[in-house]
Design a protein around this ligand. Sequence first.
Ligand code: AHG
Ligand code: MN
Ligand code: MN
Length: 326
Amino acid sequence: MEKQTMNLTRFLIEEQRKYPSASGIFTELFSEIALAAKIISREVNKAGLVDILGYTGSKNVTGDEVKKLDIFANNTLKHILCRGGNAIGLASEEEEDVVQCESGKYLVVFDPLDGSSNIDVNVSIGTIFGIYNKMDDFVDKKQFRRPGRELVAAGYIIYGSSTMFVYSTGTGVHGFTLDPSVGEFILSHKNIRIPEKGKIFSINMGNYKKWDKNLQDYIDYITEEDKETKRPYSLRYIGSLVADFHRNLLYGGIFLYPADKKNPSGKLRLLYEAQPLAYIVEQAGGYASDGKTPILDKIPSEIHERTPLFIGSKENVKELEKFLNR
Ligand code: AHG
Ligand code: MN
Ligand code: MN
């Protein structure tokens, strides 16, 4: 029975009791993010109805609006966090500049809806967030130029067959599954650890011709037949970073979004996609790099800076780095 009744708020409070330094504000901030997640989950799950039945839900929602779920998710997070009094500033994929809020101890970075091109085909999408201690009450872009090692918490929500809230505050990674009948996130995955090595690789093979030779050699190596080293690996690529990351976190494996001729710095953003997931994966015993430097050591020069991202089981990422740095 204990496991069924352990919800996110209670778990955060119990975790907090173990670390007196953590203040109650942290729990409040997490509860705000969880509330936003429930609201976004409701809209994401309604999206199909809008498409299929023309069911509007509200008079101005049309097919095009569904694609604007990114904007809906962004506004939901922005309004709840900025009014909550715990976040003094925000940086979002959907906001050109940083957002100054009234008061608070924390800065929150987020990708409000990741994988949004998949909304119309009912494929899992997600929200990614990271939390920093503020440096100053006046929030400018400078406050976000810091390494991911300074994160005090990070997490993601995946809107899939169920809605899951996965986070870490530096003492392991824990997963909660939304029970919509009571509107609570219930503890379902305590202390998630990623396997040291996995047999899954996630990459957009359509870009193969655009990669540098060392990366092509790595992909050729892991897709060769060799029983001894359990090759070939299996390719699994959903095209939603959160969904691909979540599967590899549980099963083991490596996700790759390299730089290529079209995207010389890669496609994914350092501040609100790579760093929060790198924080999570390291807390789960995995590793993330840009091919040379650990993601958590990189400092974004501007809030929408892109980075190559190689993330997952430590042995897989290290094996890749050997190829890339030959
Ligand atoms: P977003 O929807 O926030 O812009 O992110 C989309 C990203 C990420 O979710 C995914 O891994 C990647 O785009 C897929 O890119 P390709 O379609 O180029 O493979
Ligand atoms: Mn994204
Ligand atoms: Mn996005």
